[in-house]
Design a protein around this ligand. Sequence first.
Ligand code: DX5
Ligand code: ZN
Length: 220
Amino acid sequence: MRYILAPSILSADFKVLGSQMKLTEENGAEYLHFDVMDGMFVPSISFGMPVLKSIHTATGQVMDVHLMVQEPIRYVEAFKEAGADILTVHLEACEDIRATIKKIRDCGMKAGLSICPETDVEEAEELLGEIDMLLIMSVHPGFGGQKFIPQSLEKICTARKMAKAQGLELDIEVDGGIGHFNVRDVLDAGVNVVVAGSAVFEGDLAENTKKFVEIMKNYG
Ligand code: DX5
Ligand code: ZN
């Protein structure tokens, strides 16, 4: 199992986004997490295709795009064209989740499926064989800098057990409220892709990234 850090640029300084991305890459973050919010599925609005298109070549990182968007099937081709490598959609936001996942894969991207804190992980069980990554939200989607919801640990454990029972080496990502102080807990529970926004970008970006990567490297 590979352990990967995905810094969320929601907490970045957009005046110097390219150089901040580069710093996270140089210090070992293999993914870059790109949070898209539509003001409908979540109350807030963030950024979308034109921003991704302009920044995705600033580093060699995998563009891990998290769509907090109602009916994301409408935007699958556009995000592929903008440079997305992994496209994650919310189970709660899709009328036809299977068609959405299929479209993502048909477009040549990896398909991620995300569930909100109030959604049971069992609801994703029969879809695990059709996706590349399961994203378990450990805060209510919409804003960075929230507190980790402790019940998420149990959901992660259950998800890892379900994947194993189906013989799948599934990537399981966690997003929200992760810092150096609790990253081992989510790894212990079965996560291998960790999103961190404020804990990476607030303070010393290089040091923060390095410390996460060190913990995760030694873990594996
Ligand atoms: C929340 C976003 C997260 C967020 C994480 O809706 O999906 O990716 O940026 O931020 P932190 O790590 O600060 O909780
Ligand atoms: Zn996210």
